[in-house]
Design a protein around this ligand. Sequence first.
Ligand SMILES: [Zn+2]
Length: 260
Amino acid sequence: MNANPLKWFSHLRTRYILHRHPIPHDVWHSLMSHALFKGLSAVEKAHLRELSTLFLYHKNFIATQEFRLSQEMLVSIAAQACLPILNLGLNCYDGWRDIIIYPVAFKVNRNITDSIGLVSHEEQFLGGEAWSKGPVILSWEMIYSNLRTPHSGHNVVIHEFAHKLDMLNGTTNGMPPLHPKMVREDWTQAFSDAFEHLQQQIERGHRPDINAYAATSPAEFFAVCSEYFFTAPENLNHHFPKVYEQLTEYYRQDPKTRKV
Ligand SMILES: [Zn+2]
């Protein structure tokens, strides 16, 4: 008799979902040929496939504007969302269900408050957005472009799901809940030094080491560094080695060691 019936039942249910809702081999095989996944080991790919299957089962995809989502699209979003949590577990994405997909960039209206308290109204077009305890919103056009014509440091799915991880401790401040053996001061020092350095480069009109959008806030810095970590690890490690080191501890992966 199993000592923990709840755990046993949960394991059985997971096996059942994996068995009943498999990702077709051709869809998975073609997705794995993209640069983002190429360097993963066979074991990592198999684990990513299981996580993606469970992700697709538990999340609710909503297409807007009569946009039709194919199985290939859903699997590609799931696999990109699950890459950061490969060694963290799917429960990092608990507490919300909806993923809203627009065909192209979507318009949002925002009230912006400046440093002296003046509020202005602004219209913006976004490729992605993540709400705390709410949906993740993505533009398929951007997802497709990131996958087909990859540019260092650009992956909208990883960016928005990094925000979701950041939000797990209730605040979106660029520091997700750290693992027990990680040192909070080391994280803070590495990230604040790098953030300051990037801001200075921009203020002085120098070419920024990474995408200048990272300098807009500590939360965006973490999300953009996560994009680099998975799409251009050598680049991030070269410019911000201490940030890279903290991210290897946090994500429990070292993408720069992967051979593409
Ligand atoms: Zn962001």
